[in-house]
Ligand binder design. Structure first.
Ligand SMILES: *Cc1c(COP(=O)(O)O)cnc(C)c1O
Length: 224
């Protein structure tokens, strides 16, 4: 499966669908960044995507990214690496070294740790606040009714460089409701970036204003 994925062809196909969805929604396709999710994929497969011109990538674990990315990004200008998985406070320093964007800012203790470490290291990385739009107990993300206060706290009290929001809708619900909801929260706070949409629903996310879609399987094939 992942062995047989034709990565350059898949990238072209995903870009074509993004472009079509953007045009149908009256949006500029260049305002949508494809974040290729390479979690669990061996470095050689990711290198194929880089060779095909892909520049933004997502990983969900700090340790895995630390093992793969220093070599992958060396000599490759313009690579942007997004953290899309849960971040433990004891890995904040490492995460700021490896990642360009932290998409999973979702609780006060993490916000505090990020603010402190950014101040200490001087590594001010863009952050997206993850919102648990479906209020699912087992899922990460700030709960919807706490989102407004948390976003203000991160920006106003902690001076964190929050530029957007991220969500992962419940698997068996209509994603567009969640995308519209996330867009509305972002609008209230003047946040320009919306990270939403995965392999199953990224064209819908683009229609609802996604600036970043996180796509793994449709590019790299099924994870083992
Ligand atoms: C794995 C993952 C993705 C990509 O999922 P696919 O369905 O393979 O496209 C997107 N976002 C997050 C947060 C993920 O963990």
């Amino acid at each position: 499966m992942s062995e047989s994925a034709d990565i350059p062809r898949n990238l072209r196909a995903v870009h074509a669908r993004i472009e079509m969805a953007a045009r149908e929604a009256g949006r500029d396709p260049s305002k949508v960044t494809l974040v290729a999710v390479g979690k669990t994929m061996p470095a050689e497969r990711i290198a194929e995507a880089i060779a095909a011109g892909q520049r933004s990538f997502g990983e969900n674990r700090v340790q895995e990214a630390e093992a793969k990315w220093p070599a992958l990004r060396s000599g490759q200008p313009g690579i942007r690496l997004h953290l899309i998985g849960a971040l433990q406070t004891n890995k904040v320093a490492k995460a700021l070294e490896i990642f360009d964007v932290i998409e999973t800012l979702d609780r006060p203790r993490l916000a505090q740790a990020l603010a402190r470490e950014m101040e200490r290291s001087g590594l001010r990385r863009e952050c997206f606040v993850q919102v648990n739009t479906g209020a699912e107990p087992q899922k990460a993300g700030v709960m919807p009714d706490a989102a407004d206060a948390f976003i203000r706290h991160c920006i106003d009290a902690l001076n964190l460089p929050v530029t957007g929001l991220m969500c992962i809708p419940p698997v068996d619900e209509e994603p567009s409701l969640h995308f519209a909801f996330l867009r509305e929260i972002a609008r209230r706070h003047g946040l320009v970036n919306l990270s939403m949409g995965m392999s199953a629903d990224y064209p819908i996310a683009v229609a609802f204003g996604a600036t970043h879609v996180r796509v793994g399987t449709a590019i790299f094939g099924h994870r083992i």
